[in-house]
Design a protein around this ligand. Sequence first.
Ligand code: ADP
Length: 645
Amino acid sequence: MAQERILAVDSDPDVLELCLRSLSAEDYVVEGATNGRQAIEIAREKQFDLLLVDIMLNGLEVYRAIKEFTPEMIGVIITGSERTEEIINALRLGFDDFVVKPFTADWLSSTVTKALNKRRLERENVRLRTLMPLFELSEAFLTTLDLNNLLDQIVHTALQETKADRASLMLVEGQELVVKASVGLPSEIAAKARDIVGQGIAGWVADRGEALLLAEGASLDPQIKEAMIREEIASALCVPLLVKDKVIGVLNISKLGEGPAFTQGDLEFVSILGGEAAIAIENARLYREAIEEKRKTETILEGTFDGLVVIDNELRVTSFNPGAEAITGHAARQVVGRRLTEVFGEEIDGEGSPLRRAMETGQPVSPIETTISGRSGVRDVLEGITPLHDVKGDVFGYLLSFTDITRLKEVDRLKSSIVANVSHELRAPLASIKAYTELLLDELEDGDRVLRQHFLTVIDRETDRLTGLIGDLLDLSRLEAGRFVMKKEPLHVGEVIGDVFDLFDIQAQERKASLHADVQPDLPTILADRELVTMLIKNLVGNAIKFSNQGGRVDVVAREEDANLILSVIDQGVGIPPDDLPHIFEKFYRVWSTTESGVEGVGLGLVLAKEAAEAHGGQIEVESKLGVGSRFTVTLPIREHADEG
Ligand code: ADP
């Protein structure tokens, strides 16, 4: 504890000397004055804990004057005689004790010590009493993260416990101090009240980071004095709110009218309150920031199409984002907490895997191409691993990122198979065209019209074949890439069947096949893309004719059933072997026996038909019996579901 300070006032140099000597020996800091005026002057410069004053020097007046600006100070009166009346009067007027001249050094020091002890105890008492509400508040601070509510509680507590008229809490915003909570301040003032850091009382405190206790009569910085007069403040107490030595605001309380000024006890209370407030405000701010940060991270995790999986050091899944759910077909709630190898199989951290490499090196592994098996089957992915470090720099887990490249790989494979399958089909007609063109050039001079006609017919047919093939390939790539722009219109299916029959007129005649259409008379129009529906029916009818025996019959039946169009293409042709049946809708798949028999085709017609049906929200099915015939059935919604109602 700091040494206690005593101001001794007596006109008798011997008495003064005795006071100074005996009290210094007791380890007090003692100063002396020989008259009242001098005593008041000294007390203005420095604060004293105890005034020892001779009653003959107008002791009562001096005591009162000094108490004005040092309200905490206690007093001991020195009287010249054992005049009880005088002593009683002094005690009534606020003196704490007395000594009677002539007194001994012992008597004096025991009286002074007793008075100071009593005062200390009283102060301690007051301190404890004032700290009680703080403890209650601390609990609120710990549990309240609503900043406004918290600031309100702070100003109310400050006002109540110090019996102030006004309390406000200001926070630093740039160079300004802005009132965030107040009580006793007219609301229109509170709304506008702003101080500049460095100016006014709050500005002074914010600038220096030191508390300020102001009472009338105390020696004041002129700038502050002016501010007090302007704001009609009798007594003010302002403490800085400090977070790690940085002023984040001030807590300001003031008294306007008469009455006791703020005491050291008030200052202590408000300083502690300010300290707690600063921590609570900082906590609330950090909490808000953490929440925002968390939301941001969550949005990124939720929103990204990539699969992101976080695992701990035991390789247990701690987080599984929707992207990962989409790629693997596993639901997060079923996966979180389980070991990664249980979910994806042992390969995921097998020898040489990206995860194993990251675990061994502690370094990130940039995405490499691999496969993962989930509930939705094997997917081609780019897998990258990032070790996760805690604040100390230790690895606490790993972030696995997966980019689904299955579709890209499919396109890649398709391209390769197109190159492999189609190059032959493209070359064959080109070779014919080339050969017959050369023949034509050679034969030209002879001018055999019949031969020439034959050559040109072959060239014409081969060119058509080529054009058809290229058309199919283009359609397929457009449909698969989703780039086909559908132009939907109401279609009479009977009309489309008629158009397709016209196209196959010659071909049907050649094979002596008969074509029959059976369209329900009141069949409604369907909303569909004419080009795609024509292509669909053309491919099915074309196949039915191609794979019919000489003199066969092809039936096309169209009916409405449950708001769907059911279109069947039925032939009595060669039929499809059961083993081949599941594969005929695959790209470039052709039944071996039919290819051997020299029937033209590349194995794209049914793929296109299926894509066309699916593009309309429909489907296609097949039934077939070897040597008996086949029936292809297409189901198309008559109207799109979105158009209903
Ligand atoms: P393409 O007709 O060009 O070979 P498709 O995709 O149209 O290709 O047909 C794939 C295969 O399915 C054909 O090669 C054929 O073996 C078989 N197929 C299709 N339609 C019929 C049918 N109506 N009768 C018998 N087999 C058929």
